[in-house]
Design a protein around this ligand. Structure first.
Ligand SMILES: *[C@@H]1O[C@H](CO)[C@@H](O)[C@H](O)[C@H]1NC(C)=O
Ligand SMILES: *[C@@H]1O[C@H](CO)[C@@H](O)[C@H](O)[C@H]1NC(C)=O
Ligand SMILES: *[C@@H]1O[C@H](CO)[C@@H](O)[C@H](O)[C@H]1NC(C)=O
Ligand SMILES: *[C@@H]1O[C@H](CO)[C@@H](O)[C@H](O)[C@H]1NC(C)=O
Ligand SMILES: *[C@@H]1O[C@H](CO)[C@@H](O)[C@H](O)[C@H]1NC(C)=O
Ligand SMILES: *[C@@H]1O[C@H](CO)[C@@H](O)[C@H](O)[C@H]1NC(C)=O
Length: 676
């Protein structure tokens, strides 16, 4: 849309407000997108305020940030409240890393410090020393072995027994790197940021360019579960039942060997002490040794108070149907991209909705804005809240819309459960691309390298995980820009955002427009804008991929294809039914079926051996939490069968295929709305 047609649309919308007492909802949606409603200056100011001090979960600075979010919610006339939990967090008490390059050489002690590179930063000294959340405490020593990205395949043929593994970030979740190293026999792990993955600027780095400085360290958690580790499956309210430390360790999700994140500069010194074969096309030899690393990490575990900030706009006609938007607030240090670019988008949406309300708009359904805490440790704030409100959400939540790293550069990206695909594409067509105003966000997106591909939400990367995987709530996640070099380091600060991430704060504006429009349409349209036809075709693709995965001849997948075919038919029928629907109760009944379709894909027993994960279609890959899997239960079983190669193990694969087929069949029964 050009500037003039946007202004014209705005004028028409404004005019219609004066002419009609109750303009249709679309008029308000047009207003929501109009230039006078957005405010990049206030976005920049809010981001500056939120990122003034480092604000790790459990800190005073993060409580201060919560009070700020609450104040903006309140001044945007939302009904607000805080929801607190008392959860297990860890902080570093003692860290040391000493390299003995050869038996006769003098040991080198690393400082483990990121250099402060921004002038006038009075809070640089408040940055938590670099560490891994929930890392195992201990002193270990061993020869250095280089294990590339630390994937399962990287350890094949590598003897890391008794060694301290050096691995680089960039392909899988860091908790899985530590776990893979442990299973391979290592005694400790250091994980570093390689210039080949995060450098790229030659000698130039932040604050001159966007690239990670040599002393930069990617901090992060190494826990393999989600939610407070001491309350698996229930909410961490004050005085609640908790697992003992031993029980938590037995859960299998805690790291079993100590680890530390380190800088590219330190890794370079360490890798110089390694001899041996050069890995296929790689510049570093793998070892072991002769360099020896002594790694010491002592952490303290505390029960800390965390706070979710909740703001509500009650729906006029269906107050008991919830459209939920969420973003976390806690950061490993300043958190300008991760997560507060998302927080300021949430605040911008709150302020725009306030302006709409002042012009007479009321949503049909209830809109809930959630600002989560302790996401960085294990998606804790959102997970505890979902566990506490599971039944209410299961019966009332229409959708959950997540925004975490809202802006790290140009280029729109989205992930979603597939019934939301079409809605996201339509919303992206209504907003101009901030980086090329001659076309829409959608045009740029389909013209980009990821050509409009929508990701899925089976991973544990952000706060949508509990909504999708524990309850089966339709969900979406959106951002501008992909991975960025200063991720989880102290250089992810306001200066980085202002210089490189979003100099005009117009990407933030566009994010608020797309996300906000998706929320508005979900909250206002009489019939929910869900399309299960896309869901069925997405499932068909996953099933075809599965079939190609050279299964054992004895495996029958026909029931899976049959169930998807049935879903496709039911989806087409409800799509037609939507057109002619009349009468409040009939509309409500149809919407309930659309809402509950996703729930049907969950199963009370959950994934085998990972029972908290209820969704049988989308769940985390077993060896990489960042990886989203279709049919994770089938995948786990195939993985196992290919290793043990017994009849019984292939029988379990068949069983998992049956389970998924039944869930999909139930989804089509729900869409049809008839008892058998
Ligand atoms: C681990 O090493 C640190 C010094 O690096 C020392 O203070 C601490 O006592 C050691 N802990 C154990 C359990 O050996
Ligand atoms: C693996 O390395 C350890 C220690 O470096 C050594 O004791 C062991 O013999 C090695 N194992 C094999 C199979 O090479
Ligand atoms: C590293 O640890 C080993 C084993 O505890 C010890 O013998 C050695 O002296 C330590 N090296 C340094 C430099 O602290
Ligand atoms: C902007 O979009 C137009 C199409 O509307 C395209 O021709 C042009 O190449 C784009 N410019 C950039 C810099 O991508
Ligand atoms: C807001 O956007 C306008 C127009 O693109 C720009 O001139 C201004 O500098 C931006 N404000 C901030 C704070 O970036
Ligand atoms: C297929 O399963 C049978 C047992 O049902 C097993 O004996 C055979 O090795 C499997 N074949 C493959 C290719 O895994």
């Amino acid at each position: 849309m050009s500037i003039t047609t946007t202004s014209l649309a705005f004028l028409l919308a404004a005019l219609s407000y004066f002419l009609f007492s109750s303009p249709p909802k679309q008029h308000y949606h047009t207003l929501f997108l109009s230039p006078p409603f957005s405010n990049n200056a206030s976005i920049a100011l809010n981001l500056r305020t939120l990122t003034r001090r480092p604000h790790i979960a459990g800190s005073d600075a993060n409580a201060e940030a919560a009070a700020f979010v609450l104040s903006i919610f309140t001044s945007s006339s939302l009904k607000t409240h805080l929801v607190s939990y008392h959860v297990s967090l860890t902080y570093p008490l003692h860290r040391s890393l000493v390299l003995t390059p050869t038996q006769s050489a003098k040991p080198i002690t690393f400082t483990l410090k990121q250099e402060n590179l921004v002038d006038n930063n009075p809070y640089a000294n408040e940055v938590t020393p670099t560490f891994h959340g929930y890392a195992k405490s201990g002193n270990v020593s061993g020869p250095v072995v280089y294990a590339n990205y630390g994937r399962v395949q990287d350890f094949v043929g590598l003897n890391v027994s008794g060694a301290v593994v050096v691995a680089r970030y960039g392909k899988i979740y860091r908790g899985d790197i530590v776990r893979n190293a442990y299973h391979a026999g290592a005694v400790g792990v250091v994980i570093y940021t390689d210039e080949r993955d995060y450098g790229g600027g030659g000698d130039e780095c932040f604050p001159v360019s966007k690239w990670m400085p040599p002393s930069g360290v990617q901090v992060g958690t190494v826990y393999n579960g989600l939610g407070d580790p001491t309350t698996p499956g229930w909410e961490s309210v004050d005085g609640c039942e908790r697992l003992s430390e031993e029980e938590v360790e037995m859960s299998g999700d805690m790291p079993r060997i100590p680890s530390l994140p380190i800088s590219a500069a330190d890794a370079e010194v360490i890798l110089k002490s390694v001899v041996g074969d050069v890995v296929d096309g790689d510049v570093y030899p793998v070892g072991p040794g002769p360099g020896v690393l002594n790694l010491s990490y002592i952490g303290e575990t505390v029960i800390a108070k965390i706070e979710n900030v909740i703001g509500v706009i009650e729906g006029e006609e269906e107050p008991d149907r919830y459209v939920i938007l969420g973003n976390h607030r806690d950061a490993w240090s300043f958190g300008a991209v991760d997560p507060n670019s998302g927080t300021v988008v949430l605040l911008e949406i709150a302020q725009r909705l306030d302006k709409l309300k002042r012009r007479g708009w009321k949503p049909r359904r209830t809109i809930i804005l959630c600002n989560w805490d302790a996401e960085e440790y294990a998606l804790i704030g959102s997970t505890e809240w979902v566990e506490e409100n599971r039944e209410m959400l299961a019966s009332r939540a229409v959708a959950y819309l997540n925004v975490d790293c809202a802006v790290s550069g140009p280029g729109f990206r989205a992930s979603a459960t597939p019934q939301l695909d079409e809605l996201i594409k339509q919303a992206a067509q209504e907003v101009r691309d901030p980086d090329n105003t001659t076309q829409t966000v959608y045009d740029s997106w389909i013209g980009s390298s990821n050509s409009g591909v929508i990701g899925r939400l089976g991973d544990l990367t952000s706060d949508y995980a509990s909504f999708v995987q524990h309850v089966g709530v339709p969900a979406a996640d959106m951002r501008f820009g992909g991975g960025y070099p200063v991720y989880h380091s102290m250089y992810d600060d306001f200066t980085w955002m202002e210089k490189f991430g979003d100099p005009m704060f117009q990407r933030h504006v566009a994010m608020a427009s797309v996300l906000g429009l998706v929320a508005l349409r979900l909250a206002d349209e009489e019939v929910l804008p869900f399309n299960y036809v896309s869901y069925a075709s997405e499932l068909m693709k996953s099933a075809q991929d599965l079939e190609k995965d050279n299964l054992n001849n004895s495996i029958d997948v026909s029931m899976l294809f049959k169930s998807i075919q049935d879903l496709s038919t039911a989806a087409q029928e409800i799509h037609i039914e939507k057109e002619g629907i009349k009468g409040a109760l009939k509309v409500r009944e149809l919407n309930d079926r659309l809402m509950m379709g996703e729930r049907a894909l969950t199963d009370r027993d959950g994934l085998s051996g990972r029972t908290w994960y209820k969704h049988l279609v989308y769940g985390p890959a077993k060896y990489n939490e960042y990886g989203s899997k279709s049919f994770p239960g089938i995948d786990d079983a195939i993985d196992n069968a290919k290793r043990v190669k017994t009849k019984a193990s292939w029988g379990l694969v068949q069983h998992e295929i049956w389970r998924v087929s039944r869930a999909i069949r139930h989804a089509s029964l729900v869409l049809k709305g008839e008892l058998t």
